[in-house]
Design a protein around this ligand. Structure first.
Ligand code: ASP
Length: 438
């Protein structure tokens, strides 16, 4: 039987009106049997997210300040929702318990997790569905890493009876039962875990946008929506800075071969974006899937004649970064040059030490550092089907008068990565977008 796991983000459950939309969506398809809620998000631009208020309570207790005013704001949000929806759940008792535990100095993770916990209680009551406390089924090891296999087993067992269930997002617990959260935005991961555990046909991630856009709308005016993307393409775009979905949410579903569908709670008839293992290439679609990038890189170029004859040269260069805790992002190389692209902010505090170590261990002819470089990835599974993609991309950049400082095309042919001055970041994205889409 078809099973759908849904996850609703904070803005989708920000007030009673949004809860009503969620209920309608859930009842629209009887395959939607499992739902993962976030905590109530912002109702308007200047509003507070419940999670932020819960962290604030924790900080106030830590600083010996009164947190009651902050807690009252939280309680009022939940009470309003419960009252407007006519719920019967004993929210007062649950709120009192949370209040007491925060006052007694509960840890930050416990405090923050109550946003999802309480919202899950409300949603379960509203739907007439079972509530499953995520702390009993999502398990972390002592280092705080998810124990994916144990979690999958516990979750699958808990949901094996097929009873429609609400599983609050964002948290689980250590082996001793102490509550632990994922990083911010982590309800996406909970949704993916549930989808894997019940072997869902699809993982629907409901938010307030109708899927992914081909480029950042703050840079490109009215960019096209992406109807289909593969997990690999999305991984490249997210790595380069595009964000809608928590990065770690892709792994459980990708591994299990379950597609993710990004949907809009405020526009439920819109099909959104489908992320799948193997999206077919659509010839009618632009040959690129998306463009994303980041600013603020530094490029360390090491030059030495005949470096290719020197066994271990690359390792020694990279060791200088590793020894100082700087991870490299890209590694374009020439015949006698090796360029290491790193985050400028990570390099800055240890720059002189890294350079001195490279000089000491490899005796290069020259070593130079260029700062303020942007890295932009043009991603598309369609690139392999089209010759001339690179020519089109670089001629668009040259027509726009943009100087290419670095080129890096992965052997997967899934993306072409270019480095440009930070000042050219926006115009590069626009030039590439216009060349392929407009
Ligand atoms: N409520 C948490 C946050 O604001 C987790 C989530 O919404 O996914 O980060």
């Amino acid at each position: 039987m078809k099973k759908i796991v849904t996850k609703f983000g904070g803005s989708s459950l920000a007030d009673a009106g949004q809860f009503a939309k969620v209920k309608e969506i859930l009842l629209m398809d009887e395959a939607r049997q499992y739902v993962v809620p976030s905590a109530p998000g912002r109702r308007f631009k200047t509003d507070d997210k419940i999670t932020d208020l819960l962290y604030k309570c924790h900080r106030q207790v830590e600083n010996g300040e009164d947190f009651q005013e902050t807690f009252d704001l939280i309680a009022a949000r939940y009470m309003d929702i419960a009252e407007e929806l006519g719920l019967t759940v004993d929210l007062g008792a649950a709120l009192d318990e949370v209040n007491e535990k925060i006052a007694a100095g509960a840890n930050a993770d416990y405090c923050a997790s109550r946003g999802e916990y309480l919202n899950g209680m409300l949603l379960a009551d509203y739907m007439g569905w079972r509530f499953l406390d995520s702390a009993t089924v999502i398990k972390f090891d002592a280092q705080g890493n998810l124990d994916a296999e144990l979690t999958n087993k516990l979750m699958a067992e808990a949901l094996a009876d097929g009873v429609p269930t609400v599983v609050p997002g964002f948290f689980g617990s250590f082996m001793d039962g102490t509550v632990h959260t994922f990083s911010r935005g982590g309800s996406d991961i909970t949704g993916a875990i549930v989808a894997r555990a019940v072997n869902a046909s699809v993982y629907e991630n409901w938010t307030d946008v109708s899927g992914f856009l081909m480029a950042d709308p703050r840079i490109v005016e009215d960019p096209r929506e992406i109807s289909m993307i593969t997990y690999k393409e999305l991984r490249e775009l997210s790595y380069m800075g595009a964000s809608v979905l928590h990065e770690d949410a892709m792994f459980p579903v990708h591994k299990a071969g379950i597609p993710t569908n990004i949907r809009n709670t405020n526009d439920p008839s819109h099909p959104g974006t489908i992320i799948s293992l193997d999206a077919p290439f659509d010839a009618a679609h632009p040959s690129i899937t998306g463009i994303a990038g980041r600013k603020g890189f530094s490029v360390v170029s090491v030059e030495k004649a005949m470096m290719n004859n020197e066994l271990g040269f690359g390792r020694k260069v990279l060791a200088a970064f590793e020894d100082h805790g700087v991870s490299f992002e890209h590694l374009p190389t020439g015949i006698d040059t090796m360029c290491v692209v790193v985050s400028g902010a990570e390099l800055a505090p240890v720059r002189e030490k890294v350079l001195a170590q490279i000089v000491a261990t490899t005796s290069p002819d020259t070593i130079t550092v260029h700062d303020y470089m942007s890295v932009i990835a043009t991603v598309g599974r369609g690139m392999v089907h089209n010759c001339g993609t690179a020519a089109r991309l670089f001629s668009a950049m040259s027509k726009a008068g943009i100087n290419v400082r670095m080129i890096d095309q992965g052997s997967s042919e899934l993306s072409i990565i270019v480095g440009v001055d930070d000042a050219d970041y926006e115009s590069t994205i626009r030039a590439i977008y216009n060349a392929f889409v407009r």
